[in-house]
Write a new protein. Structure first.
Length: 254
């Protein structure tokens, strides 16, 4: 048992797949009179902490929204610094992830990245592809509509080649295809930073997800807040089977 782990949440009740919109880095920095990038650096530390915690808890899949297809609209300097950060985090963390049996996948239009970043992504994915611990998906240059468009293109091609008839295309087939080439169905989606929107994150995969929004800015997000989200999910899953006292106990344990 992990120190500080809410043992009261049965492992079987935990969400198998958690997705997070990591928002609020810029505001966090601004509140401290610092440059936005300082918030992104702090946000990268939170990523490390939360990945470790998710792995400890035995969550199967964690999908993190790191950079949206719309984030290219930000000032060029911020975009370029974010790319550098992405590059250095990949370089620095991949061996550790591998050591902890994490399987890493980068999901998104990677042809939008520089050649060297693409190579680093491929290296990281290859290094960790046989790991069977936490599946960590990082959505980068990702958009939910883009994701759906890839499936539309793939299946139109199959149909036009006569490999598949359109009436054979089912939800289950699409689901399998998303899981294989992108991300599978999400159980719990968390958004930090106080906004109540999806911002073109996973669209198909969130259809049945429980949504948890918190005011907490991403650099301040921690294990305690993560537990609160999990506890809220567990209670919703049980359709209010829990009592308020039990929820408090789950949140405070640790
Ligand atoms: C999320 O934080 C990180 C990225 C989108 C890369 P923001 O940079 O959006 O932070 P706020 O929303 O401006 O505070
Ligand atoms: C969503 O955050 C994207 C990521 C967290 C990577 P944004 O800050 O870009 O979203 P909007 O602009 O508030 O919708
Ligand atoms: Mg934001």
């Amino acid at each position: 048992m992990i120190a500080g782990d809410p043992a009261v949440i049965e492992p079987g009740a935990l969400p198998r797949h958690v997705a997070i919109i990591m928002d609020g880095n810029g505001r966090w920095a601004k509140q401290r009179g610092r440059l936005r990038m300082v918030g992104h650096y702090a946000g990268a530390k939170t990523v490390r902490k939360i990945v470790r915690y998710a792995a400890q808890l035995g969550i199967e899949k964690l999908t993190l929204f790191a950079f949206s297809s719309e984030n290219w609209r930000r000032p060029p300097e911020e975009v370029s610094n974010l790319m550098k950060l992405f590059m250095s985090v990949l370089q620095r963390e991949v061996k550790l992830l591998n050591k902890h049996n994490v399987r890493l996948r980068i999901v998104g239009a990677r042809d939008g990245f520089s050649e060297s970043l693409q190579q680093r992504i491929e290296f990281a994915e290859r290094l960790t592809e046989h790991n069977d611990g936490l599946q960590l998906n990082v959505a980068a240059n990702y958009g939910g509509r883009w994701d759906i468009l890839q499936q539309v293109r793939f299946f139109s091609e199959q149909i036009s080649q006569g490999v598949l008839r359109s009436e054979q295309l089912t939800e289950a087939l699409l689901n399998e295809s998303f899981a294989r080439s992108s991300v599978s169905d999400v159980d719990l989606m968390i958004r930090t930073g106080g906004e109540h929107r999806i911002s073109n994150f996973l669209i198909w995969q969130l259809a049945y997800a429980e949504l948890y929004f918190t005011e907490r800015l991403w650099p301040d997000f921690d294990e305690q807040e993560f537990r609160e989200a999990l506890a809220s999910y567990v209670c919703r899953e049980r359709r209010f089977g829990c009592t308020t006292d039990q929820i408090r106990q789950m949140i405070q344990t640790g």
